[in-house]
Design a protein around this ligand. Sequence first.
Ligand SMILES: [Zn+2]
Ligand SMILES: [Zn+2]
Length: 386
Amino acid sequence: MGRFATASLEQKLIAFRRQLHENPEQSHEEFETTAAIRGWLIEAGIRIVSEYPLETGVIAEVGGLQDGPIIAVRADIDALPIQEETGLSFASRVSGKMHACGHDFHTAAILGAALLLKKREQELKGTVRFLFQPAEEKAKGAIQVIRSGVLAGVSAIFGLHNKPDLPVGTIGIKAGPIMASADGFIVEIEGRGSHAAIPEAGIDPIVVSAHVITALQSVVSRNVGSLDSAVVSVTRLNSGNSWNVIPDKAEFEGTLRTFDERVRAVVRDRFEQIVVGVSSAFGAKAKVHWNDGPPPVINDSEWAARATLVASSVGLDPIEPAPSAAGEDFAFYLQETPGLFVFFGTSGPAEWHHPAFDVDEKALPLAADFFAALSVDALNQLNARP
Ligand SMILES: [Zn+2]
Ligand SMILES: [Zn+2]
């Protein structure tokens, strides 16, 4: 198939990305980002579909000149509450906000694919629907977009995340799980306060928390099989405010990650049993509050195989990446329709959500090429299905 993106398209995509990078907006506040994307689409003559009720984010379509299936390609558009420390000439102009997850890269790359496909619209055997999705970082945007009805009639969906530790020119394609479920928990331990010198009169929630948190370390080591994996991390613990008072309450929070819904259910179950059981052994009461995050991102194996061929055809080097224990709300789309989420090599100097995060912009036209070629191929494949 070969490369499609021209030097002038590359310059355009770099300019898009830098404009977004300079003007980061957090989840559900992506109003200027939305306006910018709309402007670029309109300029390219790409139709914006306004029937889906979204306050931020844009849905657009290319194709449909020939009857055929609909596929969707998704880019997330939001930024993070991080103070940028890259020193780039186009660094964030907004204090305390930064595109530190590279969603500016995703947006520009998928815009690039839309622009390339617009030029080949006559050939498209169906429709490519572009989802510029808000609020990925809050894991809320995908659900909103799905509720707007945008997946109706969609046969396959594709998306990407940049990957700083993969070199430019490589693409990480993996059948099955590629990113983790990401649940949050807050645990409240209720004991009984007392004088620090008279502990027998109270139930010390600090001692109880210490035992509970220690016991939680056995959830993964003793309940998850050796070929499965999970992470349980306690990231905050609060209790008390004085040296001579045993407090009546303690609270801790953290996160739970898995790559399999079955493992996720087992781990959540064991977690609750340990928290409640250990607390009650000490005479304390415990409550677990879950903040349900996205499920694991599970890729379709047939689309993974097709994408590997397409990647090679546009000169990319497909590799099988290690899954990431980070969460990604693209998982919700894959619960509705089969598809594929890939990692795109961007040779970054720092990991996601780091103040020094950056991407190598040479990857931009490569990503645009790949998603244009994958869209053409996916429509052809779907048309060939009985
Ligand atoms: Zn992120
Ligand atoms: Zn991200």
